[in-house]
Ligand binder design. Sequence first.
Ligand SMILES: C[S@@+](CC[C@H](N)C(=O)[O-])C[C@H]1O[C@@H](n2cnc3c(N)ncnc32)[C@H](O)[C@@H]1O
Length: 276
Amino acid sequence: MTDKKRDVNQSWEEKSAEWKKTAYETVSKDDAPNQLLIDLAGIRAGDTVLDLASGTGEPSISIALHVGGKGRVTATDVTPNMLNTARQRAERLDLGNMSFEVCSMEALPFEDRSFDAVTCRFGVMHASDPLAALKEARRVLKPGKNAVFMVHGPRESNTLWTTVHVVAPGLLHIDDSKRVEHHFKFSEGDELTKLFQTAGFDGIEEKQLCRTVVKSDDEPFWNQLLARDYGKFIEVLEETQQAELHDGMATAFREYKEAGAYKLLTAQRFIVATAM
Ligand SMILES: C[S@@+](CC[C@H](N)C(=O)[O-])C[C@H]1O[C@@H](n2cnc3c(N)ncnc32)[C@H](O)[C@@H]1O
């Protein structure tokens, strides 16, 4: 490991290979946030739903299962290879009610008033123009229908993510501050709510989901996050350096360990708003 700190800013296209390796094969194995999002958006069987920044298929796969054969989900993302993984998951599940469109959320190639719901999970913080994205979401929603945008809750309520992203960059001697800044954009305050107001939405409300997730000590649960965000730095490490990194992670997580299991916090904010 070198002493010089490297900037680790990678494009989503570069990140997509690690995201593909660590995506769920078919259905989500941590579906509670997706189900709450579906509920808050008021999505029903037969609805036509647009999901923005779908990445490898969260929450669009869960929504497609929910709307059923008479419904339709359009999964969109600006990064073709992220969306390819979502498409493969849909194929494995034989979901014939999904379509996939590479596009930016700031310029949607869809007709006005054409969707029963617009959803976006962990995407709006990455948009170069979040207000443009919200205006587009409002434009394509049918009147009276909802948009739900999910973002991360505060750092201290996300101990799994925060621990990995504070400890690993230190051990890898890299500067990952830009990622951390993006990740927690909109995690506090009312900036996102105000953008929804400016975009012309009504009935804007916020809900939160705060959970304690329990991870067994059988396996290093931090591997998925490490691989997604630092895979290219880890694969070039020698075996002893990799062991050092994993020891460092285990030490950092020790404070969350109780009776053989790790108890970690995760929190999301959901902004729900109606198009009129
Ligand atoms: C953190 S991932 C979230 C993926 C997925 N929704 C999830 O929760 O796992 C962010 C995604 O936003 C996409 N993205 C970034 N900027 C975007 C934009 N302007 N328009 C559409 N998608 C964008 C990236 O390609 C990436 O797939």
